[in-house]
Design a protein around this ligand. Structure first.
Ligand SMILES: *Cc1c(COP(=O)(O)O)cnc(C)c1O
Length: 388
């Protein structure tokens, strides 16, 4: 029987509603990087990814404003046509220097970067091994590549080794991909062990450092968060979180970056990053480079919160409180909002079924007093934390 698309969409929305998975936009006015206004209420946000509060930093805003004045609001075309503003090349060189790689490529966003990079280097006859808790855009990029995709249990090196052992010899190239800092759990990938396995099985490694740049490893990210600096072949990340701007990047060898500039469809067929976004990211990167203490602050604030609640010490500024069902997470989030705190409930499909949670992200600008008050309010909820 004929069903209109609108009727189909309404049915789908009703089904999401029944599962408590329907989501709605909530217009939010962020007038600085942690104080927001939503529904007429002033709230302290513990759910922005603006870890160093650089989206509201004077030097970062000024750099963007000057670039808009001088170069306009948009790039005008894709990079390979006329959208390659000199600021983008300058940003690429600064990122490569900071990450100690030969070269870097800037994309329109982190999501676009992952959708472009993975299919540019992997294809049919290849194997991609992805940590099961990796970000959706890694899985999207893997799917677009046409390579065989297998997921290993979260940070489970024995499982990764078993999969490599079983499948490596029957494929051409193998790539292991993982979040550096897991976005919904805040833990770090076991990168030294992953690189060791990659060497043993002749595989390449790609890290997604969206939450690591500016926050761990002295601000350099997951490659510098262990005893010795590590060099995965592909190090992607975003300009949209700790750098407070917008855009994505890849740091890699010069040949790999050139191949990506030629083959990544989200680079070739999409308009270049606006010069103002690049200018803001450049100014922010300069702050990250020169202020290691600032980069350590968000995780220190997360640690203060965890200590107050008797939670394990955090490895990053992200702290999950896994409550299990959607309803508990929504209730807890609403109760914290009543107390003046914005902490979103994270629900499936963003996280696995049965692991709905509160996810707290801490920034350099949260005061000790704000954190102590938040911890007090969370304690008052008497939440029972589910095993993940
Ligand atoms: C946010 C995020 C992205 C996407 O980056 P955008 O610049 O926001 O598109 C990619 N990977 C991870 C792990 C993320 O958390």
């Amino acid at each position: 029987m004929f069903k209109s698309l609108t009727a189909f969409a309404s049915d789908q929305l009703a089904a999401l509603e029944a599962r408590r998975q329907r989501r709605r936009l909530a217009s939010t006015d962020r007038h600085d990087s942690i104080h927001v206004r939503r529904g007429g209420r002033a709230l302290v946000s513990f759910c922005c990814n603006d870890y160093l509060n650089l989206s509201a930093h004077g030097a970062v805003k000024a750099a963007a404003a000057v670039a808009i004045e001088r170069f306009g609001a948009g790039a005008g075309a894709s990079r390979l046509v006329t959208g390659d503003h000199p600021l983008l090349g300058e940003l690429e060189r600064a990122l490569a220097t900071f990450k100690d790689t030969e070269d870097a490529v800037v994309f329109g966003s982190g999501y676009l970067a992952n959708l472009g990079i993975i299919p540019a280097v992997m294809g049919s006859g290849d194997l991609i091994l992805v940590d099961e808790l990796s970000h959706a855009c890694i899985l999207g990029g893997a799917r677009l590549s046409g390579a065989q995709e297998l997921r290993f249990h979260h940070n489970d090196m024995a499982h990764l080794e078993t999969l490599l052992d079983q499948h490596r010899s029957s494929v051409r190239h193998a790539l292991i991909v993982t979040d550096g800092v897991f976005s919904m759990d805040g833990d770090l990938a076991a990168l030294p062990q992953i690189i060791e396995l990659a060497q043993k099985f002749d595989a390449w490694v790609m890290t997604d450092d969206a939450h690591g740049l500016g926050t761990i490893g002295g601000g350099v990210g997951c490659s510098n968060a262990f005893t010795a600096p590590l060099q995965p072949e592909l190090q992607m990340g975003t300009l949209s979180k700790a750098l407070g701007s917008y855009g994505g990047y890849l740091c890699a060898s010069q040949a790999v970056c050139e191949l990506v500039r030629n083959r990544a469809r989200t680079f070739v067929y999409s308009t270049g990053l606006p010069p103002a976004s690049a200018a803001a990211a450049l100014a922010a990167l300069e702050i990250v480079r020169s202020d290691v203490a600032l980069c350590a602050k968000p995780t220190a604030q997360a640690a203060r919160f965890c200590e107050a609640l008797g939670l394990p010490a955090p490895q990053s500024p992200i702290v999950p409180l896994v409550l299990g069902d959607e309803q508990s997470a929504l209730h807890a989030s609403a109760a914290l909002e009543d107390a003046g705190f914005l902490v979103t409930a994270i629900r499936p499909p963003t996280v696995p079924a049965g692991t709905a949670r509160l996810r707290f992200t801490f920034t350099a600008a949260h005061t000790d007093a704000e954190i102590d008050r938040l911890a007090g309010e969370v304690a008052k909820l008497h939440l029972s934390v589910a095993a993940e």
